[in-house]
Design a protein around this ligand. Structure first.
Ligand code: SF4
Ligand code: SF4
Length: 207
């Protein structure tokens, strides 16, 4: 595992990351009455694909190299196990638990990607619809204001909560967060995008 932290592109990406994370943190803060995220939840780190661009994976790896040897070994074992499952998988979309989730805690939290930082808020979609995080249907984020069908915010439940800030959706799609305008503004390139696990497929394995 190489150390990418001195790479100038990564440094510029970190400037962007601080900017966008600041915005996301403000959104989470505003939505506090509806957010049930806590350390050890980790449900959103499981059974998914986790899109990652090249710059994000480089940054994440700059955190991995700082971990102790035994944690790095656990990560390597997790990746190996996922690869084995992937090799025998026959469906269309291979989903897996993130290899960096250890005992339900992210071991590279400060270095995590954009999808990890934005998940949990309600999201505005291009078709004008609102995407609700799946954990709402497991009694977590926004579950205290969602109607019984889980389709829209219930005005009655909102009123009952007696909080000032209304539940809101934000423009936080992965497409938006990786928009080329950010590359131009902060002088870096996101680079190729693929599911997190695919960054660990050795070139020899690609036929
Ligand atoms: S977004 Fe949902 S699943 Fe993820 S940590 Fe927060 S409450 Fe848990
Ligand atoms: S990198 Fe961390 S926050 Fe992101 S999916 Fe993996 S364990 Fe979760």
């Amino acid at each position: 595992m190489d150390d990418f932290s001195n790479n100038i592109m990564v440094q510029n990406y970190v400037t962007y990351l601080n900017f966008i994370s600041g915005k996301l943190e403000k959104f989470f803060e505003k939505q506090k009455p509806y957010i049930f995220c806590k350390k050890g939840c980790g449900k959103c780190c499981k059974n998914a694909q986790f899109p990652y661009t090249l710059i994000e994976i480089n940054y994440l790896m700059s955190g991995v190299v700082k971990l102790d040897k035994s944690t790095q070994e656990i990560i390597e074992q997790n990746i190996e196990k996922i690869m084995q499952d992937k090799a025998v998988f026959e469906g269309e979309k291979f989903r897996y638990d993130c290899p960096f989730l250890i005992d339900n805690v992210c071991c590279v939290y400060d270095y995590r990607g954009l999808v990890c930082r934005s998940f949990g808020l309600m999201q505005n979609e291009e078709n004008g619809k609102v995407k609700v995080p799946f954990c709402c249907f497991e009694g977590l984020n926004y579950s205290n204001v969602m109607d019984d069908e889980g389709k829209k915010v219930s005005p009655e439940k909102f009123k009952k909560l007696g909080v000032k800030e209304e539940p809101a959706a934000f423009n936080i799609s992965y497409e938006f967060l990786t928009d080329p305008d950010f590359e131009r503004g902060f002088n870096f390139k996101f680079g190729e995008r693929k599911p997190l696990i695919e960054w660990f497929i050795a070139e020899d394995d690609v036929s």
